[in-house]
Design a protein around this ligand. Structure first.
Ligand SMILES: Nc1nc2c(c(=O)[nH]1)N[C@@H](CN(C=O)c1ccc(C(=O)N[C@@H](CCC(=O)O)C(=O)O)cc1)CN2
Length: 281
């Protein structure tokens, strides 16, 4: 093993200690940050993530409300729930756990959340501000990746970043955030021709394609930084989009799964929620 592990679990724990202090500071001003999480349906992974968000809120002193809805809920009913939360003065952040059932428009739901309570950073207004480099809520997983790279003092300026995957919640925004840091960014995806020729050029390879063990040592330039955003379950075991055993001797830095980017996602959500509460003042 020559790669240095980028330990998201440890960094997330450190950042959550600071968040606790920030929440205490806010409480001296009579403010308790409030997060509302809407869970639609019974997806087991979503239930796990929502549970982890609630627990993290509780530990940080953030008030959290879980609103469970059946997967038969109509789009109108879900939008009405968001309208109610938009008006609730005790709620600083609102998120709808994704994915949601197919009969509901994900974009309509995201766009209904008031941009100043969009702690997921998915609203087009917040995405637009991110693109122009304005201060705003950043999407949690991409922001977590950026914070991990900076914490490890990995140079970004002028580096060739190759992103594998183009989802709205990870691939596209993570590339944009690294472009904002003066990296040169190439996006690749399932239809990219000769993907390996692309990934092998990366100084920093970010993989968010949603396919277990998709990237192996042959796809990686020796010494590259490899960030694995994938979370897959194979035979009941959690693994990333990167074949860890294969890549660990080729990469210079590598994120594990579990314990890499995942825990940072929730920490960035807490940071956004606390920031939203500060914005109340
Ligand atoms: N509204 C949102 N929906 C979804 C988001 C999101 O940011 N906002 N991201 C993902 C799921 N997600 C958070 O919601 C998330 C995924 C993974 C983890 C995490 O800590 N993973 C652990 C492993 C946990 C396990 O046992 O499964 C790890 O990688 O170490 C946290 C949050 C999709 N939906």
């Amino acid at each position: 093993m020559s790669a240095v592990l980028l330990n998201g679990k440890e960094l997330a724990a450190k950042k959550r200690e600071q968040l606790k202090k920030d929440v205490e500071e806010l409480s001296t001003k009579g403010i308790t940050p409030g997060l509302a999480v809407i869970l639609v349906g019974e997806d087991p992974a979503s239930k796990t993530y929502v549970g982890a968000k609630q627990k993290a809120c509780e530990q940080a002193g953030i008030h959290s409300v879980l609103i469970k809805k059946p997967d038969t809920i109509s789009e109108e009913e879900l939008l009405a729930e968001i309208d109610r939360l938009n008006k609730d003065e005790m709620i600083d952040g609102i998120l709808v756990q994704l994915p949601i059932p197919k009969h509901i428009s994900e974009q309509a739901v995201i766009e209904r959340i008031a941009p100043n309570k969009d702690v997921d950073g998915f609203h087009p207004i917040n995405i637009g501000k991110m693109m122009t480099g304005e201060d705003t809520f950043l999407p949690c997983t991409p922001h977590g990746v950026l914070v991990m790279l900076k914490e490890a003092a990995i140079e970004l300026e002028g580096k060739h970043v190759v992103v594998v995957g183009r989802s709205n919640i990870v691939g596209k925004p993570v590339g944009q955030l690294l472009l904002n840091e003066n990296a040169t960014v190439t996006y690749t995806h399932s239809r990219t021709k000769d993907l390996r020729a692309m990934t092998k050029q990366a100084d920093i390879l970010i993989v968010a394609i949603g396919k277990a063990n998709f990237i192996s040592a042959e796809d990686v330039k020796p010494g590259a930084v490899v960030v694995d955003v994938g979370i897959n379950r194979v035979d009941g075991k959690l693994c990333g989009d990167v074949d860890f055993e294969s890549v660990k001797d080729t990469a210079s830095y590598l994120t594990p799964v579990p314990g890499g980017v995942g825990p940072m996602t929730i920490t960035m959500l807490l940071e956004n929620t606390v920031q939203s509460a500060r914005n109340r003042q």
